[in-house]
Design a protein around this ligand. Structure first.
Ligand SMILES: O=C(O)c1cc(=O)[nH]c(=O)n1[C@@H]1O[C@H](COP(=O)(O)O)[C@@H](O)[C@H]1O
Length: 264
């Protein structure tokens, strides 16, 4: 029953262009062949309600204990509003920037020190956006132990958040999404394999002991994973030094010319 529901939701998300294939830039700066654009759902009220119901269903299945709910700004806000209004649950709004007038608050709503706050997010890649919101809530004296996400891109967000004591509960995983789209012939085998490979090659999480310098893994992809990329792809990596990028581009051209010479 749950599977049927998730499968049809994935197809509806694809119908409204909330699942995009092409070349998109992630928050980390990395280029991706797939982008989950949950914002597209806001113009489809029936789908909005369905997503909100699935999030609520997940909260119940996991028997999550909390005093308040908060969405990661901005896409998750309408879903949290629907859930909190329908089930009469208290919610908080986290501001991205503090106001420089009025109350100057970064978290709007009523809460007490020690209250448990459940975080809701639309898409997770590295988990850094959820962590950022959790840190803001922690500074206000709130506790965050759990978060729910509509789409987990399977790129290390669950593991990263686990390492800081937050349990992430994904509703749709990237692997499930790709399998459903392939089975429904919404994408072909080539796209399926290309996106799957990108996801597998670009896990953003590195455990603490490996990450000795404490640089976030999102900003420091695995060297061995990068070596599997072509020279051209390595030249496009977000934190590549401009000189290294130039050299890699030259190497790509040289490799191409060598192949042409060999063919002649
Ligand atoms: O930039 C992203 O990583 C990203 C990928 C995607 O497919 N869809 C998407 O909405 N995002 C954005 O990236 C955020 C999650 O990335 P992390 O903070 O790395 O987990 C989301 O809050 C979105 O703003």
């Amino acid at each position: 029953m749950e599977n049927i529901c998730i499968d049809s939701l994935i197809l509806k998300l694809h119908d409204v262009n909330a699942v995009k294939f092409g070349e998109y830039k992630l928050k980390s700066g990395m280029m991706t062949p797939i982008y989950i654009d949950v914002k597209a759902v806001v113009s489809h009220p029936a789908l909005m309600n369905q997503v909100a119901s699935l999030i609520y269903q997940r909260m119940q299945e996991e028997k999550l204990q909390f005093d308040l709910m908060c969405g990661v700004p901005y896409t998750a806000l309408p879903f949290v509003t629907i859930i909190c209004s329908k089930h009469e649950l208290p919610m908080l709004i986290r501001r991205k920037e503090a106001k420089d007038y009025g109350t100057k608050r970064v978290v709007e709503g009523s809460y007490r020190e020690g209250d448990r706050c459940l975080i809701i997010e639309d898409t997770v890649t590295s988990g850094s956006s959820i962590l950022e919101t959790a840190e803001v809530l922690n500074k206000e004296g709130l506790k965050v132990t759990d978060a729910i996400v509509l789409v987990d891109r399977n790129q290390g967000g669950v593991e990263m958040l686990h390492s800081v004591g937050i349990k992430l509960h994904p509703i749709i995983s990237m692997s499930k999404l790709l399998n459903v789209l392939l089975a429904a012939k919404r994408i072909n085998h080539q796209t399926f394999q290309r996106v799957r490979k990108f996801i597998m090659d670009n896990n953003t999480f590195r455990p603490k002991e490996e990450n000795a310098s404490d640089v976030p893994a999102t900003k420091k992809p695995r060297v061995e994973q990068n070596l599997q990329l072509s020279y051209a792809d390595r030249a496009k990596l977000p934190n590549i030094h401009p000189l290294a990028s130039k050299l890699l581009k030259i190497m790509e051209t040289k490799q191409f010319l060598t192949s042409v010479c060999l063919l002649m």
